[in-house]
Design a protein around this ligand. Structure first.
Ligand code: NAD
Length: 434
């Protein structure tokens, strides 16, 4: 069974890059190299035919100095120890980048949920909670949906946790159905967060929406909602795609119709323009390219053929590090995933906050609070990038590291404890440069 540790090794390389632009103490960086807790569990599930299957699951709490850990649970055959650790690390960095008071966590089960009946899926979801119950909780680590996990699964998990602890605990998990304590506005939060950044850039970039072209890869939660928001604002969405391929029309697509067709048939409408492959779609000339499907779709191989001016990474990890370098040199502005798609975790944070208070906000309040955070944090990242002459991704990680260091170092570092004759390094001031 591959453990995916090479993914983790590559993920934490970002720490070393950010360290060059941050005053974080070396010991803080050492702490962030390793997850605080990693749990591997086996989950026995009685199948419908009477047999017993044992699934492997994980929960990782990477860092929780800034607040309880937060991160989804993935049900996928490709889940591995290293993947879960990497995703938890990215959540630590994402929450710190946008300044929400949460740490990073992630979980997963090695399973193809499409092979399970609804009853088996419920038993697996409840079994997962029983297996990791000591590692999660509203003040400890708060899971959420991720690949192939749904609001219904969150409802089963919340119900199981509540039963075990003997009290109703909606704040243990986010992404719940609204009737069980979910938040208004969570459905389109990821796309909306990215869209607020685009709106804030509009003036500086000199975009006039009716002539500003948008290309979107992936027409699921992130991509479809982004298309809807951009279209409602009169941006010209010229190409979209899903796993079966895409459609391109330089005069713009009818997005309302696309959403209707997708809801009815599960597919996008290819008759609105020319059919185009997912590979060619990424290479279209456009103002804004939105990868909103899979990781690693822009690599060293195709980076030189990307003709977008701005890339908004709604997907997690759509660019490889090598592609990043090529695009940066070519002057393409990349809005990195840990900022661009942070609207999702931000509204999850709102959901948890509302659960703690037992008081629920209107949709307008959710939108207003989300916009404030996304715009403030985008501007902070952009100004750090400008001041240090670094790309936006390095600026995000540096900003995150500064905030993490500020929290970790409140408890003291070597220079605070060692006698002057022992500690020869430079005493460190509080890292408050975020
Ligand atoms: P989703 O399952 O709702 O949609 C994924 C879309 O991608 C679907 O339209 C699917 O047809 C399409 N797709 C699949 N394979 C493809 C391929 N080979 N080429 C082109 N399109 C393909 O998933 P989602 O929630 O929209 O997530 C998409 C990305 O956004 C993921 O990387 C996810 O991690 C990231 N993300 C999502 C959220 C969220 O709140 N939904 C938050 C943060 C990050």
């Amino acid at each position: 069974m591959p453990d995916g540790m090479e993914i983790y090794a590559s993920a934490i390389e970002r720490l070393d890059v950010a360290a060059r632009f941050s005053d974080a103490a070396p010991e803080t960086i050492e702490r962030l190299r390793r997850p605080k807790q990693l749990l591997e569990v086996s989950i026995p599930v009685r199948m419908d035919d009477g047999s017993l299957r044992i699934f492997t699951g994980y929960r990782c709490r990477h860092d929780d100095m800034r607040g309880p850990a937060k991160g989804g649970i993935r049900f996928h055959p490709g889940v591995s120890r290293g993947e879960v650790m990497s995703l938890a690390f990215w959540m630590t960095c994402k929450c710190a980048t946008v300044g929400i008071p949460l740490g990073g966590g992630k979980g997963g089960v090695i399973v193809d949920p499409r092979e399970l009946s609804t009853a088996e899926l419920e038993r697996l979801s409840r079994g997962y909670v029983r297996a990791v119950v000591d590692a999660i909780g509203p003040q400890l680590d708060i899971p959420a949906p991720d690949v192939y996990t749904t609001p219904r699964i969150m409802a089963w998990m919340m119900d199981e946790f509540s039963t075990i602890v003997g009290r109703r605990s909606p704040g243990v998990i986010t992404g719940k159905p609204i009737a069980l304590g979910g938040s208004l506005g969570r459905d389109d939060a990821t796309a909306r967060g990215g869209y607020y950044i685009i709106k804030d850039m509009e003036k500086d970039e000199g975009w006039a929406p009716p002539t500003t072209t948008v290309v979107i890869q992936g027409f699921g939660n992130a991509g479809m909602h982004f298309a809807r928001l951009a279209d409602a604002d009169k941006y010209k969405v010229v190409a979209i795609s899903d796993s079966r391929g895409g459609v391109y029309n330089p005069d713009g697509l009818d997005i309302a119709k696309q959403i209707e067709v997708k809801a009815k048939t599960g597919r996008i409408d290819l008759s609105q323009g020319d059919e185009i492959t997912n590979e060619k779609l990424l290479e279209l000339e456009c103002d804004i390219l939105v990868p909103a499907a899979l990781e690693n779709v822009i690599t060293r191989q195709n980076a030189g053929r990307i003709h977008a001016k701005v890339i908004l990474e709604l997907a997690n990890g759509p660019l490889t590090g090598e592609a990043d370098d090529v695009l940066h040199k070519a002057g393409v502005v990349v809005l990195p995933d840990i900022l661009a798609n942070a609207g999702g975790v931000t509204v999850s944070y709102f959901e948890w906050t509302q659960n703690q208070a037992g008081y629920y906000w209107s949709l307008e309040e959710v939108h207003e609070k989300l916009q404030k955070i996304m715009v403030r944090e985008y501007r902070g990242v952009a100004s750090l990038a400008k001041n240090k002459s670094i790309d936006l991704r390095t600026a995000c990680y540096t900003r995150a590291l500064n905030r993490l260091a500020e929290a970790h170092e409140c408890l003291g570092i070597q220079s605070d404890f060692a006698p002057a004759e022992v500690f020869k390094g430079r005493p460190k001031e509080a890292a408050s440069k975020a």
